[in-house]
Design a protein around this ligand. Structure first.
Ligand SMILES: [Fe+2]
Length: 343
């Protein structure tokens, strides 16, 4: 591929005339936006170690009362995208949120889709469109676009969870906005949607067209997901133990933008993931291990850590324990890549 002319090749007077009319020449930047064969990627491989983060999050609880924060969150910002842009990957936002006993996070709704993965604590509830969802370690709680949600915490210790949103994508589309609401009056049964949708192959009968853009099940309990992975491992000796979280009505991803999955690494297992176009994040629910991306040096991970890795890379995960399995929840942009035909 031959090199193209640069901006400096052009006379300054010509460049000034272009700028005056809000014009730019394509050729000096064309290789940057359309590189040969492999896209340029800003997402860096890194691990946000929970043990490093936790003290800072707890300190935020002392420094900033809830009424001054509304959402007390430390954003896991990938430096490749610029820290202020709040991107873990091109379209995934991640943040660690803290709620102290007796606190509430006020009711609101917004256009970005959100999932929270519970990391620590007991006794908290997220109320989604009137449905109280209990929050236990490893659970996925969904707040799809437009749904009212607020958090309450009646437990003893702090509760910490990982928020995962398609905020960077919706923001870039100039579609990101929120509205505040009054506290929801709980009229529904706890985990109503889980009761309706958790029996495999069975969904509620409706007399209207199903809405397919997001999953109708709002809570995916980790105990069920873990039990499924463990049972799969009893049936397969070598096969990778991976599952996808899906909309129980359609089998599609939970959201059109972000896909979620879970995997189990057997003791001492090394798993090379299929090379894919999408950046990916990993949240370690249980276990200790390492991740190696292309020829870079391996990065160690431990329970409750959260990692990112760019697409178009060879990713290898290793469970460094010889006795215990490791469990990982993943999130990526695969649904969007599939929709766009670039997966
Ligand atoms: Fe929210």
């Amino acid at each position: 591929m031959h090199s193209l002319g640069t901006l400096e090749d052009l006379p300054q007077s010509y460049r000034d005339r272009l700028t005056e009319l809000n014009l730019v020449p394509l050729w000096p930047n064309m290789r940057a936006v359309l590189p040969h064969k492999v896209p340029s990627r800003k997402t860096q491989t890194l691990n946000w170690h929970f043990d490093d983060l936790r003290p800072l999050l707890i300190e935020a609880g002392d420094l900033t009362p809830m009424e001054k924060a509304e959402r007390r969150v430390l954003v896991l910002a990938n430096p490749g995208h610029g820290l202020t842009n709040m991107q873990a990957t091109p379209s995934i936002y991640m943040g660690l949120q803290l709620i102290l006993p007796g606190e509430t996070a006020p009711n609101h709704r917004h256009t970005p889709n959100a999932v929270r993965i519970i990391i620590e604590g007991e006794g908290a509830t997220t109320i989604v469109d009137g449905e109280p969802c209990i929050m236990e370690r490893g659970d996925l709680i969904l707040t799809p676009s437009g749904k009212w949600h607020e958090h309450q915490h009646d437990g003893n210790g702090p509760i910490i969870w990982l928020d995962i949103l398609d905020l960077p994508l919706i923001y870039q589309l100039e579609g990101s906005w929120a509205i505040e609401g009054t506290t929801q009056i709980n009229t529904l049964n706890r985990d109503k949607s889980f009761a309706e949708y958790s029996a495999a192959g069975v969904v509620p009968e409706l007399d209207f067209q199903r809405e397919n853009t997001h999953s109708p099940m709002l809570r995916y309990p980790w105990t069920k997901t873990r039990a499924c992975l463990v049972e799969m491992a009893e049936h397969y000796n070598k096969h990778p133990i991976r599952i996808a979280y899906v909309n129980p009505e359609t089998g599609a991803s939970l959201f059109p933008s972000i896909g979620f999955g879970a995997m189990m690494l057997r003791p001492s297992e090394t798993l090379s993931l299929p090379k894919r176009t999408t950046a990916c994040v990993f949240h370690i629910v249980e276990g200790n291990g390492s991740i190696k991306v292309d020829s870079n040096s391996a990065i160690q991970w431990a329970e409750k850590d959260t990692l990112s890795a760019p697409g178009y890379t060879d990713i290898t995960l290793n469970n460094t324990s010889a006795t215990k399995p490791a469990f990982i929840i993943t999130a990526d942009e695969a649904p969007l890549h599939r929709y766009l035909g670039i997966f």
